[in-house]
Design a protein around this ligand. Structure first.
Ligand code: AMP
Length: 449
């Protein structure tokens, strides 16, 4: 899972994007950061030579015991930036203790996939330290998780719901927590975890080191960070918008009814070797899988309604390359860390423009052939406007595809009885077309994802 580091930190990409100071700093090695020997050994085994910008900046701050506010997204090396100093503190202060370990570091993250990835990283970087970690998340039975906690662990990675649940049942105590990490805070807010997080903070010891990471900093996140952090330092890495400058993007105007046909047509083309297709809803994702199966294309879906084993199975097949097409909603897709995704396809445009940037950032690293293709039906044009405003670009339109849409959709389905005046109804019965309402839908709810 860590083998794709070259594509993530292709040096030419770094040199192009970072200020001159960073050019000097790329010669920095992990040795320069005064990292303890067992951790250095693990990093070497992983093939990590140079710390990424967020690691260069955060590790010294954290080793110096400061609280940290990090504005950074996944893919920047954020996990090692907080895992390495936490492992180092725990190794220095608690290694070789004979008694059963209590939870001394707690990492809270919004999704199960991200939680598993973070725990894997702690295992990898900490494999010569003797420190133990485990991961807990909902959607699976709790017994195994409880047994692992009861056996004694130093580091716990958790999603908020299961964590509070096990705390309420008396299986978890946070009284010994010295290090607290809240990761992907903006996503937590989006997913409605804010109350859980507030309950959690109330249970944490006052004396602790706190780390707060978020890709974006809307006012609610700034407020939350103020509740968590004391006198802190701030590190900001690569705002999301820059991703859009690196990824080749194309836009297909297509009617809703023709989206699947266009998708099948594109997937049948050879150069799509591995793609994530984003659907706005869980139901939509399942429907796409079925429609592709009818066309002889093997795909699987990953979203909030799928059981954890089913999500892991789909993700593993996709990682191994036996599954070429993964249909995902944004909730489940957050944190997916897969090599060599040739295409991102936005079957539906997201109604939150930052999500578009997040989605397309999963492909198209400098030097690779990644491409982001977006379908846009008439009612999604307001979303497109918001996206283009955010990325400060007009996405190149593919004019000559086989299902072009001129922005007018014909209502072919029988009309339900309505209170419209008879004169207006007549137009529809006669098959006259009309423009869809392009008013921006107001809901930003996640419950369907
Ligand atoms: P993250 O932002 O934590 O999700 O990390 C993204 C990917 O970068 C992970 O697959 C890490 O294994 C990898 N990575 C993290 N730090 C480094 C580094 N210093 N050098 C090379 N790869 C790294």
């Amino acid at each position: 899972m860590y083998a794709h580091i070259i594509t993530i930190w292709d040096l030419s990409e770094l040199y192009l994007q970072l200020p001159p100071l960073f050019l000097y700093k790329t010669t920095m090695t992990f040795n320069d950061l005064h990292i303890a020997e067992p951790i250095l050994k693990a990093l070497k085994a992983e093939g990590y030579k140079h710390p990424t910008p967020i690691q260069q900046q955060s590790i010294p701050i954290l080793l110096d015991h400061h609280d940290l506010l990090g504005c950074a997204q996944t893919g920047t090396g954020k996990t090692a930036a907080f895992a390495i100093p936490i492992l180092q503190h725990l190794y220095t202060n608690h290694a070789n203790q004979n008694r059963k370990s209590n939870i001394k570091a707690l990492v809270v993250t919004p999704t199960r996939e991200l939680a598993i990835q973070i725990a894997d990283s702690f295992t990898t970087y900490g494999k010569f330290t003797g420190l133990k970690n485990t991961v807990i998340f909902g959607g699976v039975k709790q017994q195994k998780q409880v047994r692992r906690i009861q056996a004694g662990i130093d580091i716990l990675v958790a999603t908020p719901g299961r964590l509070l649940d096990l705390m309420n049942q008396g299986f978890i105590s946070l009284k010994d927590v010295e290090y607290f990490v809240l990761d992907e805070a903006d996503q937590m807010l989006d997913m409605g975890f804010i109350h859980d997080i507030k309950k959690l903070i109330a249970k944490l010891p006052q004396k602790r080191q706190s780390l707060f990471f978020s890709a974006t900093m809307p006012p609610a996140i700034v407020e939350l960070s103020a509740n968590i952090l004391g006198n802190h330092k701030t590190v900001t890495i690569k705002p999301q918008q820059t991703t859009a400058e690196k990824v080749s993007q194309k836009l297909y105007y297509v009617s809703k009814g023709n989206k699947t046909k266009l998708l099948i047509n594109l997937l049948e083309e050879d150069e799509i070797t591995s793609s994530i297709v984003f659907s706005r809803t869980k139901h939509g994702a399942n429907k796409i899988v079925k429609q592709l199966a009818n066309a002889g294309i093997n795909a699987d879906a990953i979203h909030g309604n799928k059981s954890q084993p089913a999500r892991q199975r789909a993700l593993n097949s996709f990682r191994e390359g036996s599954l070429k097409v993964l249909i995902a909603t944004d909730i489940a897709a957050r944190g997916i860390d897969v090599d060599d995704i040739s295409h991102i396809i936005n079957y539906d445009l997201p109604n939150v423009p930052e999500t578009y940037v997040h989605r397309i950032g999963r492909t198209g690293r400098a030097g690779s052939s990644g491409l982001a293709l977006s379908f846009c039906a008439v009612d999604e044009r307001p979303f497109l406007r918001d996206i283009q405003k955010l990325i400060k670009q007009e996405i190149e339109v593919v004019e000559d595809h086989i299902y072009p849409d001129d922005g007018i959709e014909v209502l072919t389905a029988p009309q339900k009885k309505s209170s419209r005046p008879a004169s207006k109804k007549k137009n529809y019965r006669e098959g006259k077309s009309r423009r869809w309402n392009t008013r921006k839908p107001s809901s930003r709810s996640n419950k369907n994802r």
